[in-house]
Design a protein around this ligand. Structure first.
Ligand code: SF4
Length: 124
């Protein structure tokens, strides 16, 4: 992602390119929601209810109020949507966001160090 200069506008591909299907054929947009039928978006025999699905997908990070000005938004993608559904919150907790920022700060430092090492090696 960093190497290709890509942005991450969504937390994951749940309900878009990834689905969870239980042994009775019920379909969920994420395995973290597959424990309760109230989160079901369809069944393999009847198909997906697109109206229900629209409420069970990650939201673009640019559309999340608390994320719009966060420096790590295009790496984080706005946080796990299942977690937000389960906790009935629009954003992650302040502590979780701080952890994500620390994590990405560390990853970016490692990436920068590796790139500098690569350039120095190429000069030799
Ligand atoms: S760290 Fe928190 S505020 Fe920043 S993009 Fe991720 S979820 Fe949003």
């Amino acid at each position: 992602m960093l190497k290709r200069h890509e942005t991450r506008n969504y937390s994951c591909g749940g309900g878009v390119g990834l689905f969870a299907i239980t042994d009775n054929g019920n379909i969920f947009s994420c395995e973290h929601l597959a424990f309760d039928e109230k989160y079901k978006i369809g069944n393999i025999s009847t198909g997906i209810n697109r109206q229900v699905l629209s409420g069970m997908q990650p939201v673009n990070v640019n559309e999340i109020e608390g994320c719009r000005s966060c420096w790590v938004r295009y790496l984080c993608g706005g946080g796990c949507f299942s977690e937000k559904i389960l906790t009935n919150l629009q954003t992650l907790s302040k502590d979780e966001c701080e952890l994500k920022k620390l994590y990405w700060n560390f990853i970016l430092s490692l990436y920068a160090e590796a790139e500098i090492e690569k350039m120095n090696f190429a000069k030799k």
